[in-house]
Design a protein around this ligand. Structure first.
Ligand SMILES: Cc1ncc(COP(=O)(O)O)c(C=O)c1O
Length: 434
């Protein structure tokens, strides 16, 4: 008798195909059953090395035992009160985030997702300034709600057919060195980008009508674009000069990912409002925006709120996650491993005409692919991702043309896991660019 091996993924995927809204795209067609550290196991028991970390969420690896313990304990003690009472985990987390955040940021609001943090921060900015305008950047990604869709310009695919989108949003260029005419002169590129603010203020909106500038310190979905360090400093100066609030979106870059707790620390600037989500709670849904008491005290109680935001279980997970990040010095590890990976990939792809650039900050790393004529290559990036998947490494693409492979591994992966992932990636690049 021939034994037929059943594919347990397949039987679930059929139900998924029938009942899950097809708008939800998943990049790896496997059904995850469990995960630990740097690996995800599917329903067949196959292990996949995860260099995507649920889009920069599992910074301390999957199901970290300290987070699991904190979640279990909290779930048994207090799961939900919403705004009917104060609760101690919210208070402890607010204090902790104030301690971690740059400068005078000390007043925290907790929500559930990155997009909600963006929305809340912009409500705060508009309310306290009394101004409508928001300035964002080309290539940005800030979420999927209607306002954050309007603020997202990383791909038309995310915006088209959702019009009319909220207005009073003005988009200026982000310093994307590799696709600019200033590759050898980053400061000239920053100058060029900032000149567009003059155009904006002269022809589109008076600066006194602008509430906030919203910026990612490293552009995520747009292609893992690391701007020159002076960029955020210059934005800070400009915002101060024009009396506009500077909002830094650390949703993807925060919690040790870039080698510092928050990416804006590399530039030494203090935002007026900072947004956090993703890596904050080790895999539990939570987001936050933090500002200065001096500003938030102008926002009356009840003007904003959330039923689930700051849920005790998510807060307990965040406190445990932060404790792990700090005690295991994971931002420092991200900085070290990031340098090693950049060096290795630059060496191993040197001379490959299809590899345009290898760049990154900490463990936010991009490999950008080109066609022969230098145009962005979506096809090659897709091929690389699918070759990696065949060899059980999960990676995601990003970039305005989906032409970039982004590496977002756990900050606490072992050296052996890092080597395993890079070997698979290097072979995939070789085979996809033959
Ligand atoms: C920079 C940035 N902001 C906001 C968001 C939206 O976060 P969420 O998907 O949790 O709403 C994302 C998500 O990828 C992001 O990368």
């Amino acid at each position: 008798m021939v034994m037929v091996e059943t594919d347990k993924n397949q039987s679930y995927l059929q139900i998924d195909d029938a009942h899950v809204n097809p708008v939800l795209s998943r990049s790896a067609r496997i059904v995850a059953e469990r995960a630990q550290g740097s690996f995800i196991w599917d329903m067949n028991g196959d292990a996949y090395l995860d260099f995507a970390t649920g889009i920069a969420v599992n910074n301390i690896g999957h199901c970290h035992p300290k987070v699991v313990a904190a979640v279990q304990k909290q779930a048994a003690e207090l799961m939900h009160t919403s705004v009917t009472t104060h609760h101690k985990r919210y208070i402890e987390l607010a204090q902790k985030l104030a301690e971690l955040s740059p400068g005078r940021l000390d007043s925290v609001f907790l929500a559930n997702s990155g997009a909600e943090a963006v929305e809340g921060a912009l409500k705060l900015a508009r309310y306290i300034t009394g101004r409508p305008g928001i300035i964002n950047f080309k290539g940005s990604f800030h979420g999927r709600t209607l306002l954050t869709t309007a603020l997202t310009t990383s791909k038309l695919y995310y915006r088209e057919k959702y019009e009319p989108l909220p207005s009073s949003i003005f988009t200026v260029p982000y310093p994307y060195l590799y696709r600019s005419n200033f590759r050898d002169n980053p400061e000239a590129l920053v100058d060029e980008c900032l000149k567009q603010f003059d155009v904006l203020f002269n022809q589109f909106i008076h600066p006194e009508q602008v509430a906030a500038i919203l910026v990612e310190p490293v552009q995520g979905e747009g292609g893992y674009i690391v701007p020159p360090l002076s960029f955020l400093r210059r934005l800070r100066e400009l915002a101060d000069k024009k009396n506009i609030l500077l909002i830094i979106d650390e949703v993807q870059s925060g919690f040790g990912r870039t080698g510092k707790m928050f990416a804006c620390e590399h530039s030494g600037i203090e935002p007026d409002i900072m947004l956090m989500a993703k890596g904050i709670a080790g895999g539990m849904p939570l987001s936050a925006f933090i500002s200065r008491r001096e500003l938030t005290s102008k926002w009356p109680a009840g003007r904003h709120g959330s039923t689930f935001g700051g849920n005790p279980v998510s807060c307990a997970a965040a406190l445990a996650t932060i404790e792990v990040l700090q005690s295991e010095k994971l931002p420092e590890r991200a900085a070290k491993l990031g340098k090693e990976i950049l060096e290795r990939l630059r060496k191993s792809t040197a001379g490959n005409k299809h590899v345009g650039e290898v760049r990154g900050l900490g463990l936010m790393i991009a490999v950008e692919f080109n066609e022969k004529d230098g145009e962005p290559s979506h096809d090659i990036a897709e091929k690389v991702a699918s070759k990696c998947f065949e060899n059980k490494l999960i990676v995601l693409t990003c970039g305005t043309h989906g032409h970039v492979i982004r590496l977002i591994p756990p900050l606490n992966m072992s050296d052996a896991e890092m080597n395993q992932g890079l070997e698979i990636l290097e072979k995939a690049i070789e085979s996809a660019t033959k």
